[in-house]
Design a protein around this ligand. Structure first.
Ligand code: KIV
Ligand code: NA
Length: 263
């Protein structure tokens, strides 16, 4: 399989075809997911919850994400590898650049930052230095304490308009991708038509270019009740490879997410 690049994702957007994304934290499962056709593997700071047992992503360190990025990169997959900047590793532009440098050296091909319109300056600096960026908007788990819980964002008219404005600001700053977490499906669709970069959703409805899930969630390997937007693909796929293929097929054919997974 030829290597997936940002150009591949842009082509999906242009052709109005869907692509699949999944978190990955280790070489073996990264390689099974890539073989199933998953376009983007995210070394997410969700590893704090699903691997480390924390109840939020806040305790995750840059070293943690660097370590797991190295593990995933060693699999030598054709999927695009994205890595998260953990909580407070982007407190200043200097720290942001340093953190992104470490992730890229570990094997990431782009980095993801949680925030709002204020991310623009840091995104500009990263892009200038050759680091592609995905801007994570909507529910931002690193801000769970400020948001008052893991809840749907952008329900009110003012908040949804602000989110669209933020997406446009960050696209103008050079963001290559927008990721939307837990927003009404209608807002997912509005953001997607406002910007011209590919939009990836998790709990953002079907009208976006890519879908992403936490790998453990879509394998039914959860300690808590999974969020509404999750479907157990291991139950239907019958094996790890089968689950990844079932997920990939459901995303590209548009059968996932359904209305029961959307807000
Ligand atoms: O860390 C993560 O897994 C993520 C996805 C939920 C988008 O950021
Ligand atoms: Na994350």
């Amino acid at each position: 399989m030829s290597a997936i690049t940002l150009a591949t994702l842009q082509a999906h957007r242009r052709d109005n075809t869907r692509f699949s994304c999944l978190t990955a934290y280790d070489a073996t499962l990264a390689s099974l997911a890539a073989d199933a056709g998953i376009s983007v593997l995210l070394v997410g700071d969700s590893l704090g919850m699903v691997l480390q047992g924390h109840d939020s992503t806040l305790p995750v360190t840059l070293d943690d994400v660097v370590y797991h990025t190295r593990c995933v990169a060693r699999a030598g997959v054709s999927s695009l590898i994205m890595a998260d900047l953990p909580f407070m590793t982007n407190a200043t532009t200097g720290e942001t650049l340093n953190a992104a440098g470490q992730l890229m050296r570990a094997g990431a091909q782009l980095v993801k930052l949680e925030g709002e319109g204020w991310l623009a300056d840091d995104i500009r600096e990263l892009v200038r230095r050759g680091v592609p960026v995905c801007a994570h908007l909507g529910l931002r788990p690193q801000s769970v304490n400020a948001l008052g819980g893991y809840r749907v964002q952008g329900r009110e008219a003012a908040a949804s308009q602000r989110l669209i404005d933020d997406a446009l600001t960050l696209e103008a700053a050079g963001a290559a991708l927008i990721l939307l977490e837990c927003v009404p499906a209608e807002l997912g669709q509005r953001v997607r038509s406002a910007v011209s970069v590919p939009v990836i959703g998790i709990g953002a409805g079907p009208e976006v270019d890519g879908q992403i899930l936490v790998m453990h969630d879509m394998l039914g390997a959860t300690r808590h009740r999974p969020p509404r937007f999750v479907r157990d693909f291991l139950a239907e796929g019958g094996s790890l490879s089968g689950a990844f293929r079932a997920y990939h097929d459901a995303v590209v054919t548009g059968s996932f997410p359904g209305p029961e997974h959307s807000f």
